[in-house]
Design a protein around this ligand. Structure first.
Ligand SMILES: Nc1ncnc2c1ncn2[C@@H]1O[C@H](COP(=O)(O)OP(=O)(O)OP(=O)(O)O)[C@@H](O)[C@H]1O
Ligand SMILES: [Mg+2]
Length: 310
């Protein structure tokens, strides 16, 4: 059975007149990779800072493992958790190795062990070659991997990464996503992102936050199944008859949702077979010149856009 490393119950944060986190609850299973997904201002950073012990909750509870240990036991927490802030700051004049030794010593490792562990994590994140170069010469992806190395240096059970790929170009993003993929299973990972695709690429679970609340959470595979609906995409030739026909589509009883745009329609239907047969017949009868008909299914992306939708 799955064992939660972290149980979060009714976690709330007030800041002046704002409440960026409004009573959220979720568990993190040991060894899982969970995405904390949400648009700008959803409350992801505030949540991660509370989990990292850097910000105290206004209400609610964070418990570690089955011990019943709570946030009051701060010293032991920080040993168990590694944290990468959204905007990490490095001393550019230090080398990657120096920076890690410095971080390792800060977390309480004695000198010799600090160096050994630093070399080990540099290798884990693929920076061994750059170990003795100044951080100021690192690429964005290298800096972010160094930040992850810093989060790992004291051998935590869990790492919290705040938007580790958001500021990176495609190459840097790939480097960091590959690293997360390698770390999966070795350490429990919670990382925030505003991109569903990032979550789907490496995670097995997601917690979707919108405006301080959890809009949806669960296993990605289950959520995909839950939000799967038959979907028809149509595209027609330019023409008045075609345009009129497209505009009339929402009246059909078998169409649940219609989005008509220009010469294309995106139709969520109840029954694919019925809808397909009826529409093809109509098009033939009315002489509608179509360019494309595609039968498929709506995805998590559609749900995400709807929930997050501006
Ligand atoms: N120190 C603070 N003082 C006042 N308001 C704050 C503070 N920190 C966060 N907020 C507010 O709380 C809300 C949530 O912020 P938070 O940074 O947690 O969101 P986020 O999901 O991390 O957003 P982003 O994707 O932009 O990083 C925002 O509306 C923000 O303005
Ligand atoms: Mg943030």
């Amino acid at each position: 059975m799955m064992e939660p490393v972290l149980r979060i119950h009714n976690l709330t944060k007030h800041m002046g007149s704002l409440t960026p986190v409004k009573g959220i609850s979720f568990n993190l299973e040991r060894g899982s990779c969970t995405a904390l997904l949400g648009p700008n201002g959803a409350g992801k950073t505030t949540t991660l800072r509370m989990l990292a012990g850097l910000l105290s909750p206004s209400q609610g509870e964070i418990r570690y493992g089955n011990s019943g240990e709570t946030g009051a036991d701060n010293q032991r927490w920080q040993k168990r958790i590694g944290y990468l802030p959204q905007y990490p700051k490095f001393y550019g004049w230090m080398s990657g190795l120096e920076y890690l030794i410095f971080s390792a010593k800060l977390s309480g490792l004695p000198g010799k062990q600090a160096k050994l562990r630093s070399l080990e994590v540099l290798e884990m994140v693929g920076l061994q070659e750059a170990a003795n170069r100044r951080i100021s010469g690192y690429s964005g992806g290298m800096k972010q991997r160094l930040g992850i190395a810093q989060a790992l240096v004291h051998e935590p059970e869990m790492i919290l990464l705040d938007e580790p790929v958001s500021a990176l170009d495609p190459i840097g993003r790939r480097e960091v996503m590959d690293l997360l993929d390698r770390l999966r299973g070795e350490v429990t990972i919670l990382f925030s992102t505003h991109v569903l695709h990032d979550a789907e690429e490496v995670c097995d679970r997601m917690v979707l936050m919108v405006d301080g609340r959890i809009a949806e959470q669960g296993e990605l595979s289950e959520l995909r199944a839950k939000y799967r609906q038959p979907l028809l995409l149509l595209e027609v030739e330019p023409g008045e008859r075609e345009a009129d026909w497209l505009r009339s589509l929402p009246e059909r009883h078998f169409i649940e949702e219609a989005e008509i745009r220009n010469r294309a329609a995106r139709l969520v239907v109840q029954d694919m077979d019925e809808a397909r047969a009826a529409l093809v017949r109509e098009m033939a009868d009315a002489g509608i010149r179509f360019q494309r008909i595609e039968a498929g299914a709506s995805s998590l992306e559609d749900m995400f856009m709807k929930v997050v939708g501006a």
